[in-house]
Design a protein around this ligand. Structure first.
Ligand SMILES: Cc1ncc(COP(=O)(O)O)c(C=O)c1O
Length: 363
């Protein structure tokens, strides 16, 4: 565990800001970005098209309330406990407004929270989880003095789903506990979600991006105590979300959308387990597990070279070494349709089976 203040170097900044969209160059078969759909489903596009007629007005209080009410109904909460966001990423960007004295970020994990906090000059401690423990949370590793703790569930990139009880142990008066549930809707039944749990200082962030093919819209929300949400939001501009984002939130919280998401989650889980078994059978490939998210973390000897050779063969995977605690042998792959997953397995197999090099990879 070590402490960091500000951005220590340009490299550091660039590594924390690296995301899968950079790895997914146009034309490559994309295993780098974890968005389920290439575009939103037709019923959602239809809702957005109809909402275009309202773009001649500022987003109204009625539209804002409709989105909040839909989120609240979806999670059995009160509309006052809901804050619509321009993506979960906006939630991270707002964290410095809480003026934490020491933030603990649990790694390996999504790097935007650390980026936002350090960029605003908040002292940050990294809590580094151990591959020997399967990257599971160790509550005692989080320093008592941290008044802000951030972690993901399930976690990007490890695919680990932490037990809700373990996360609850991290909550305490005087501390804000941020649980990034951007991928929780891809876990069938969402067994470890904290959306319906009341804990002191708990802030749950959710995203519409991944499940609904909406990265370009920027839509998500936070759930938490109204007083905490008010502190988080006090410096936001007026109309922080546009009409289309509010419309998408309302649409995606409808019972029919939730049923569709449940089916998708079950499908993804079964594709993931088959994909993990096939990848794990390849020579030298370690699949970190048990995986719960719609992606897998792999460790492949000579990973950087393998990644480059996959790229030459038309396949993009997410580099792992920009996640604190992982090295160039790590890569993250999204779970795609079985026929696409088979292409990756086959291509990786061919790369690993060809002639060995110094790095251990066969070329
Ligand atoms: C773990 C995690 N949390 C949050 C986000 C950001 O989500 P949004 O698009 O809702 O801002 C991402 C995006 O890649 C992510 O991987």
């Amino acid at each position: 565990m070590f402490r960091l203040l500000g951005m220590t170097s340009r490299d550091d900044r660039e590594l924390l800001r690296h995301h899968g969209d950079v790895d997914a160059e146009p034309g490559l078969l994309d295993f780098a970005v974890n968005v389920r759909l290439e575009r939103p489903p037709s019923w959602l596009r239809q809702r957005l098209v109809e909402a275009l007629d309202r773009l001649g007005h500022y987003p109204s209080a009625t539209e804002d309330l409709a989105a909040r009410t839909a989120i609240a109904a979806r999670h059995g909460r009160d509309p006052g406990e809901v804050l619509p966001l321009a993506g979960a990423a906006e939630g991270f960007a707002l964290l410095p407004t809480l003026r934490p004295r020491l933030a603990a970020v649990v790694h390996p994990s999504f790097t935007e929270p650390e980026f936002a906090l350090r960029g605003a000059g908040v002292p940050v401690t990294r809590v580094q989880l151990d591959p020997a423990d399967g990257y599971r949370i160790r509550v005692e590793a989080v320093p008592d003095e941290a008044d802000l703790v951030v972690l993901g569930n399930p976690t990007n990139p490890t695919s680990v789903l932490h037990p809700a009880e373990a996360l609850a142990e991290l909550a305490r008066p005087g501390r804000v506990l941020v649980v990034d549930e951007a991928f929780a809707d891809a876990v069938p039944g969402e067994p470890e979600s904290l959306t319906t749990t009341e804990l002191p200082g708990l802030l749950v962030l959710r995203s519409l991006t991944k499940m609904w093919g909406l990265p370009g819209l920027r839509a998500g929300y936070a759930l938490g105590d109204p007083e905490l949400l008010a502190r988080l939001a006090h410096a936001r501009p007026h109309w922080p979300l546009g009409t289309l984002a509010l419309e998408a939130i309302d649409a995606c919280c409808a019972p029919s959308a939730l049923a569709e998401a449940d089916e998708a989650a079950a499908r993804i889980a079964s594709h993931r387990d088959a994909f993990a078994a096939d990848l794990g059978a390849l020579p030298g490939v370690e699949v970190r597990g048990p995986a719960a998210a719609p992606f897998l973390l792999l460790r492949v000897p000579g990973g950087a070279e393998v990644r480059e050779r996959l790229r030459q063969r038309g396949i993009a995977v997410r580099r792992g070494d920009t996640f604190p605690g992982l090295d160039t042998d790590h890569m993250r792959v999204s779970v795609r349709a079985p026929e696409d997953n088979a292409v990756l397995v086959e291509t990786l197999h061919e790369i690993l089976e060809s002639t060995p090099t110094d790095s251990g990879v066969r070329v």
